[in-house]
Write a protein that binds this ligand. Structure first.
Ligand code: ZN
Ligand code: FE
Length: 261
C-alpha cells in the first residue's frame, strides 16, 4: 500500500504526495503550487511520476505546468469535462487509475464544481473540495441535489476508508457542526481533539468515513434531529424549491446556513 504525505500550500491547502519508497517515486494530488512540491521531492529524494487533479480551481491546478516542465512526460489525470486545459489523461465515472500498487476508481462528484471527481479505493480516497472533514465544499457550480448525490456515493465507502481532502478547514467546519448538533458527544469530543491539534499548528487529516458519519452534518443531513435544527429562513429556502420533502432539501438548508455562518 502506498504512503501518503501532506505538503502544505497556500494558507490552508494540502497537496497530497503519494509515495512509493521502493522506487523513490511520487504522485501528487491537486498541486495548486509547484514550489512546495519541488522542495518536498528534492528533500525526500523523490522523482515525480504523475499528477491527479480533482477539479479545475486554481488552488488545485496552478502548479501543474511547472511540474510538467520539471518532470517531462508525466501524465496529468483529471476530469474529462474540465475547463482546466492541462489534463493529458481525461477520466470519467468508473475509470481506474493505477498509482504504484494501488488502483483508484473514479467517481464523479459534481456540486462544488461541475467537473469535480474523487479518486477512491476501499482504504483511502482523495475527495478534493467535495467531502471535507466536518463539512463539504461550497456550491460554486452545482446544486445541493447534485452534492447530496455525490455524498451518497462517498457514504458507500467502507468505514475504515481514510479521507484525504484538500483543505485544513476542520476547525471552522466543526464550529458549524456544533451549531447544528450541540449535543452530539462524538462531535464534542472530536472538536476538542481538533482544537488541540490546531493550537500546535498540526494537521487534522486524514479523516475516515466512520468519523465523518459521526461528526459531519452533511453526511448526517437525513437524521431528523438535524433537520429540526436548521433555522427557518434556511429551511424555507430549501423547501421552496420542491414541495415534497426530498432528502437533499436538508442538505440544501444546511449548506445555505453554513454559507451565512
Ligand atoms: Zn475548489
Ligand atoms: Fe480548493
Amino acid at each position: 500500500m502506498v504512503q501518503v504525505k501532506a505538503i502544505n500550500a497556500f494558507s490552508d491547502n494540502y497537496i497530497w504526495c503519494i509515495t512509493d519508497e521502493q522506487s523513490q517515486q511520487a504522485w501528487v494530488v491537486d498541486p495548486g503550487q509547484a514550489e512546495p512540491v519541488l522542495t518536498h521531492l528534492k528533500n525526500a529524494g523523490l522523482t515525480l511520476a504523475g499528477i491527479l487533479i480533482t477539479h479545475h480551481h486554481y488552488d488545485h491546478t496552478d502548479g501543474v505546468a511547472t511540474l510538467c516542465k520539471a518532470f517531462s512526460g508525466i501524465d496529468v489525470y483529471g476530469p474529462n469535462d474540465s475547463p482546466f486545459k492541462g489534463i493529458t489523461k481525461p477520466l470519467k465515472e468508473s475509470d481506474i487509475v493505477t498509482v504504484f500498487d494501488t488502483q483508484f476508481r473514479i467517481i464523479t462528484t459534481p456540486g462544488h464544481t461541475l467537473d469535480h471527481i474523487c479518486y477512491i479505493h476501499p482504504a483511502l480516497a482523495f475527495t478534493g473540495d467535495t467531502l471535507f472533514s466536518g463539512g463539504c465544499g461550497r456550491l460554486f457550480e452545482g446544486s445541493a441535489e447534485q452534492m447530496q448525490h455525490s455524498f451518497d456515493k462517498l457514504k458507500q465507502l467502507p468505514d475504515t476508508c481514510k479521507i484525504y481532502c484538500t483543505h485544513e478547514y476542520t476547525q471552522a467546519n466543526l464550529a458549524f457542526a456544533l451549531a447544528v448538533e450541540p449535543t452530539n458527544s462524538d462531535l464534542i469530543e472530536h472538536a476538542q481533539w481538533v482544537d488541540a491539534k490546531r493550537k500546535n499548528d498540526e494537521i487534522t487529516l486524514p479523516s475516515t468515513i466512520a468519523l465523518e458519519q459521526k461528526i459531519n452534518p452533511f453526511m448526517r443531513s437525513d437524521i431528523s434531529g438535524i433537520s429540526q435544527n436548521i433555522p427557518t429562513e434556511y429551511q424555507y429556502k430549501a423547501k421552496n424549491i420542491l414541495q415534497n420533502n426530498e432528502p437533499w432539501q436538508n442538505f440544501a438548508g444546511l449548506r445555505a446556513w453554513k454559507d451565512h455562518f
